[in-house]
Design a protein around this ligand. Structure first.
Ligand code: SF4
Length: 418
């Protein structure tokens, strides 16, 4: 969205002074996210009383009236409005719609990639949007619609342009990445796309964002294992949502796998990729989650060689089946359980990071954090956030860093080796 506006000669504001136009891109994945979105809108209207205030994103898509009720808001747009946001706020006629323009903000990402401009050293390329699943707690299918994929040739040309522009790593993202390609004609899939990416002359490092357990097939794991090293690696990093380690809760969540399936999956990943990073989402306090069910989740996570956890407290979302379920978990219990799971995640992360002390990792240098002392930060192929001393010209390159220290906060430091 910023780039669309910059193409119309708008200037990004810096500092805290009032602005002429303020776009707030909202989230609604939890009740807290919706609340924070409303707070952001109110803050923007207060700080910029003369600005046009435009609100978009998933909260705007699902609850437009709640945003329109906030005094000072000028325009509310759903996600489909994002590719045309510059036309709408600049009061200029829209470009003629192309065949694909009916789709989503995904196409805007693609346009961004084509232009080869992004501020990140590891740009995200959204290749899929929407979700056909119906997890009983989730509002995302309402906010994002059905699964849609970027055509294979468009994905490949976007990746090629980013490669040629010199980005050392691309992160492939989607709401339901494992469904990539199923809606295309002819159908495709994520594994075929990864194979095609590896065939590109310009191939660089690629990372997958979150992928559902049932879609992380043996073939996909083996392919990543065969391509997990070097400057054109598929990063040995999987982020797999578990949500609960209790079969009854998984059924009630409408999640299509069991605790044992998940257990075997993680062990299979580690069998093929012993050093891989395996992140796991955990949804704590789903309605009816008994002490025993919660302990099942803790025991499974304790046992498995996962490397970090993202912990989400259950949040009632109006319009989802779980909102109507009895046996909601009391807030104090929810909080205590989140704390317990986060502690498991903290220990797993420290253990994993510490394992790499005295080993050398391929790190994308992303930014300078302390110019006076030359400290930079970057991300290794297996997803360690690494601090090291380097030079500005190393940004957007892959540098070998020998890991030397892991502190109790999980900070990882190392030294560039020649
Ligand atoms: S698969 Fe993910 S996005 Fe789709 S409904 Fe389930 S939790 Fe939501």
């Amino acid at each position: 969205m910023a780039r669309q506006l910059q193409d119309r000669a708008a200037q990004a504001a810096s500092g805290d002074g009032p602005v002429d136009l303020c776009i707030i891109n909202t989230c609604t994945v939890t009740g807290k996210a919706s609340m924070q979105s409303r707070q952001a809108v109110r803050r923007a209207t207060r700080a910029n009383p003369n600005a046009r205030i435009v609100v978009t994103g998933c909260y705007a898509q699902t609850a437009p009236q709640e945003i329109l009720d906030i005094p000072g808001v000028d325009l509310v747009l759903g996600n489909d409005g994002k590719p045309r946001i510059a036309d709408m706020v600049c009061n200029r006629p829209a470009d003629p719609p192309s065949a694909a323009a009916a789709a989503t903000a995904m196409l805007e990402d693609q346009r961004m990639s084509r232009s080869g401009r992004t501020d990140r050293a590891r740009p995200f390329l959204k290749i899929q949007d929407g979700c056909n699943a119906r997890c009983s707690y989730c509002i995302v299918p309402v906010a994002r619609g059905v699964s849609r994929s970027l055509p294979v040739e468009d994905a490949l040309s976007s990746i090629e342009r980013l490669n040629e522009a010199g980005y050392p790593e691309i992160v492939l993202t989607g709401i339901h990445l494992g469904h990539y390609g199923l809606d295309l004609d002819p159908p495709s899939n994520l594994l075929s796309l990864l194979k095609a990416i590896r065939q590109l002359q310009s191939a660089r490092r690629v990372r997958l964002s979150s992928i559902e357990p049932q879609e992380l097939t043996g073939d996909l794991i083996r392919f990543v294992a065969s391509a997990a090293a070097g400057p054109s690696a598929i990063c040995p990093h999987f982020h797999v949502p578990l949500q609960s380690g209790d079969d009854d809760i998984l059924r009630r969540m409408n999640r299509p796998y069991t605790r044992e399936f998940f257990r075997e999956l993680i062990l299979r990943i580690k069998h093929h990729l012993p050093d891989a990073s395996v992140g796991v989402d955990v949804l704590v306090g789903f309605p009816g989650e008994s002490e025993a069910a919660f302990e099942n989740t803790c025991a499974l996570l304790d046992e498995l060689p996962v490397t970090y956890l993202h912990v989400f407290p259950f949040s009632r979302r109006s319009g989802t089946p779980a909102d109507l379920l009895p046996d909601q978990v009391p807030a104090a219990v929810l909080k205590a359980r989140c704390r317990q799971i986060r502690l498991i995640g903290y220990n797993k992360k420290l253990e994993y990071y510490t394992y790499f002390i005295n080993k050398t990792l391929e790190v994308v240098a992303e930014s300078i954090v302390d110019a006076d002392n030359g400290w930079m930060k970057g991300t290794s192929a297996n997803y360690l956030p690494v601090m090291f001393r380097g030079r500005a010209e190393q940004i957007r390159t892959i540098v070998p860093v020998r890991i030397e220290r892991v502190d109790l906060q999980g900070g990882v430091t190392g030294t560039v080796v020649s």
